[in-house]
Ligand binder design. Structure first.
Ligand SMILES: Nc1nc2c(c(=O)[nH]1)N[C@H]1C(S)=C(S)[C@@H](COP(=O)(O)OP(=O)(O)OC[C@H]3O[C@@H](n4cnc5c(=O)[nH]c(N)nc54)[C@H](O)[C@@H]3O)O[C@H]1N2
Ligand SMILES: Nc1nc2c(c(=O)[nH]1)N[C@H]1C(S)=C(S)[C@@H](COP(=O)(O)OP(=O)(O)OC[C@H]3O[C@@H](n4cnc5c(=O)[nH]c(N)nc54)[C@H](O)[C@@H]3O)O[C@H]1N2
Ligand code: SF4
Ligand SMILES: [Mo]
Length: 727
């Protein structure tokens, strides 16, 4: 008998009996992988595989995508009928859609009637279809008329949005994955690409196999990405801005910048130069923790490359200087002439599958198609298109998600509609979030899962269809509009979010007057009209064309047979004078920092196995088997000092609350820092602070101070730990 590697066919691939493969797009992260779901003879989804001729993933999927068909199974906790209750904490009673939607409509009207239009808030997501976003925007802005309407993208991408707008005059990532094939230097800041965007990482690796170029990773943790980098800069938490200013200092001092490009395409050089003058490498090293020689070396490598690009994710965005960090990256790329050219870019790596779609079309921060409430012309154009009075629109955007919840505390907000977001796990200081939710007169939760923690505080629950139980588009990190084709019908009596929005609209006088197309393709046609001639032009796209191309990048104007790989290739930006702005950015050290009482930095983020609050990955595939427990990465030297051994439980306290986690000893983290993934309920966000960025209102999830001790009662700690991973 042959064993192990001597065995002839050691891997046995089970025949799942697939008779048909259906094309769609992955619904987890923003990479935008094309995926095919295999249906068996009974029409049941039994397998997933990557689409070979799709430019994004070229046949590959990561460990989440490969099991995505399991979402359609009877996974525990799926909502299959609307639920209601009059008193919170009474048991829910099942009801029909008519009663549930009538109640939602009448409660919104009651609250707005009693306390004013803006007292009812709506918070959505980055995880529904673009057509659903557009429709929700029309409902929120054009019918319900609340200005307190935002998305969970404030927890995620709003620093990138704000930074792009400040530098270039508009949101919209200028680069694409193909830039890896042209760049001569990659700077990656606060991104753990191999775990969080495994297929973008694979694109990078593939480019590196063809042609070597330096990869520089900036992260306080020795992530998998840092391990493969040529240079790893373990920056002090929250000080990237100082590092970036220092890089610019060296580049200007040594004359490595591109004066001709700046003269033609940017303004503000003198003020910028005066500011970065103060960030010499010696001074900067003391703050950011990267020595002066390394700063000089990195600045030279970056500026001398024929083309250089920066990618970043939450290590930058989730900071008290998130927006400034993004602007600083844009400054770096402007002074080195690295915007809009192959291999030269400021490419923010987006988070959720459709965080881009909400930025473009949801009207959360303004009006559809990157229009602003602040502009008369934009308000008038949309009002005319929807057939309403332009004075119905506010002249300024309302609160961000992170201000909406505190406004419940102060009594300004009385009712809330949450769509596909789970703040009881994902927002900081959950004890405070709980009190806020308990204060609401009416909370409606619209989610695919009824066991989502936030639902404990709801008066009404609307069960939504998930992912490819419906149809529509997602825009990925590189502005590629992908099509999610409908693979199978919604679970139970759950309904597509689009249907729910259309039905709520019918409950309002103004909603009955405005046209709300019934199906997603009809909505897409409407969006196409509104996009014509704009930066995000999609008028040259159609569902069939998108599917055939395996995604098209905007702008793609009417008549074009291809999308556009890059923005600003002509050096014309979206500020009124067509120039980009160099903006001086002084560093203000306002973080909570470790001290004698709370001596550790707490850093939070993700692991490859789980997606966010685990409503999906806690139940399907192998993710929960590989990563079943809330845990904390801790440096062995620190653990010895505290008498904690590998695998034991520790209690973590901050000025907000406490949490219990299993300790994993690793040199990945510095002796004064720990890292905890945020996926688990009643865990790290009980402790985190989440100070807000002044421009983007995004929380600084990645920096706060904690005290750590070995749990006195290890058995009790183990019990608590199991409770946090329950599913
Ligand atoms: N498997 C999986 N993939 C996902 C998700 C998921 O939940 N699971 N979520 C998706 C979403 S919505 C998002 S937003 C992305 C997030 O993707 P990433 O941002 O790549 O992931 P995070 O783990 O949140 O944070 C990235 C890194 O920031 C580092 N960091 C912390 N503080 C600092 C700092 O001060 N400076 C710098 N330079 N770095 C710092 C952390 O150590 C961490 O390694 O992932 C997307 N993809
Ligand atoms: N400490 C800490 N906290 C963080 C972060 C961090 O790094 N550290 N990261 C932040 C970031 S970047 C993000 S993006 C947020 C994410 O935070 P959340 O938005 O709260 O996370 P999710 O668990 O993805 O919540 C999405 C919900 O939508 C539901 N859903 C999925 N598909 C559909 C659909 O089609 N329709 C409807 N109606 N529902 C659907 C899911 O079941 C789930 O309950 O967390 C933030 N919180
Ligand atoms: S990389 Fe992202 S889009 Fe691609 S399969 Fe994985 S989760 Fe899905
Ligand atoms: Mo995110």
């Amino acid at each position: 008998m042959l064993f192990g590697r001597n065995q002839k066919n050691p891997i046995h691939i089970a025949d799942k009996g697939v008779v048909e493969w259906k094309y769609t797009t992955c619904g987890y992260c923003s990479t935008g992988c094309s995926i095919e779901v295999g249906l068996n003879a009974e029409g049941a989804p039994v397998a997933s595989r990557g689409v070979a001729d799709a430019d994004v993933n070229r046949g590959k999927l990561c460990i989440k995508g490969i099991f995505e068909h399991e979402l359609f199974r009877q996974t525990p906790g799926r909502g299959d009928q609307p639920l209601m209750r009059t008193q919170r904490f009474e048991p829910f009673r099942a009801t029909g859609w008519k009663e549930a939607l009538d109640t939602v409509g009448s409660e919104i009207r009651r609250i707005q009637g009693a306390y004013g239009r803006d007292s009812f808030a709506i918070v959505s997501t980055g995880q529904i279809m673009t057509e659903e976003f557009y429709t929700l925007g029309k409902l929120a802005r054009g019918v319900i008329g609340t200005n307190n309407y935002d998305g969970n993208t404030t927890l995620c991408m709003s620093s990138a949005v704000s930074g792009y707008k400040r530098s270039f005059g508009s949101d919209g990532p200028p680069g694409c994955y193909d830039d890896f094939d042209h760049t001569e230097c990659l700077l990656a800041i606060g991104s753990n690409l191999p775990e969080q965007h495994p297929i973008i990482y694979w694109r990078l690796k593939e480019a590196l196999e063809k042609r070597k170029f330096p990869v520089i990773v900036v992260d306080p943790r020795v992530t998998m990405f840092a391990q493969m980098a040529d240079i790893h800069l373990p920056v002090n938490p929250g000080t990237d801005l100082v590092l970036l200013n220092a890089l610019a200092h060296v580049i200007l001092k040594e004359g490595l910048h591109k004066p001709d490009y700046l003269a033609a395409h940017a303004e503000g050089f003198e003020e910028f130069k005066a500011l970065v003058e103060q960030y010499d490498p010696v001074t900067a090293a003391k703050i950011c923790g990267i020595d002066e020689d390394t700063i000089r070396n990195v600045a030279r490598v970056y500026a001398r490359a024929g083309a250089a690009m920066t990618i970043w994710t939450m290590g930058i965005n989730q900071s008290t200087h998130g927006s400034d960090g993004v602007v600083a990256i844009n400054n770096l790329n402007l002074i080195t002439g690295n915007i809009g050219k192959p291999g030269g870019s400021s490419l923010s790596i987006t988070g959720q599958c459709n965080a881009m779609g909400t930025r473009e079309w949801s009207s959360c921060s303004g009006l559809p198609g990157y229009r602003a409430l602040e502009k008369d012309q934009d308000r008038e154009e949309i009002a005319k298109f929807w057939g309403i009075d332009p004075s119905f629109f506010p002249k300024q955007r309302g609160m961000f998600m992170t201000d909406i919840l505190p406004a419940i505390e102060t009594g300004e907000i009385k009712g809330l509609w949450l769509i596909a977001t789970n703040p009881m796990t994902s927002m900081s200081n959950t004890a405070r979030i709980r009190k806020m939710l308990e204060k609401l007169e009416f909370l409606v939760v619209q989610d695919a899962y009824q066991d989502v923690e936030t639902n404990e505080y709801a008066h009404a629950f609307l069960p939504a269809a998930v992912w490819a139980e419906k149809e529509g588009c997602f825009t990925n990190t590189e502005r590629r509009v992908n099509l999610t084709r409908n693979v199978c019908p919604p679970h139970g009596d759950s309904k597509p979010d689009l249907w729910i929005f259309n039905e709520v609209a019918k409950r309002f006088e103004q909603g009955r007057q405005i046209r709300f197309p019934e199906n997603a393709e009809g909505v897409f046609e409407e969006m196409k009209k509104l996009s014509r001639g704009r930066l995000l032009d999609i008028s040259g796209m159609s569902y069939d064309k998108i599917e055939k191309a395996r995604g098209l990048q905007w702008p793609c104007a009417d008549g074009a047979d291809q999308g556009s790989a890059r923005l600003y290739a002509d050096g014309v930006f979206q500020h009124p004078n067509g120039k980009a702005k160099l903006i001086p950015l002084p560093f203000i050290d306002n973080n909570e920092r470790p001290d004698a009482e709370y001596p550790f930095w707490l850093n939070t983020g993700r692991v490859v196995e789980h997606f966010h609050t685990r409503t999906r990955t806690g139940k399907v595939g192998n993710g929960n088997k590989f990563s079943p427990t809330p845990y904390m990465e801790m440096n062995p030297d620190a653990a010895v000092r505290l008498g904690i051994r590998h695998g034991e439980y520790a209690r973590l306290t901050s000025r907000r609350g406490d949490a219990v986690v299993m300790v994993q000893l690793t040199q990945r983290v510095a002796p004064d820092a720990v890292f905890i993934p945020f996926h688990f309920h009643e865990c790290v966000n009980r402790v985190s602070l989440g100070l807000l960025d002044p421009h983007s209102r995004q929380p600084a999830y990645k920096q706060c101070a904690v005290h750590i001790e070995r749990s006195a009662d290890q058995d009790e700690a183990a019990r608590q730990n199991v409770a946090a991973r329950a599913y």
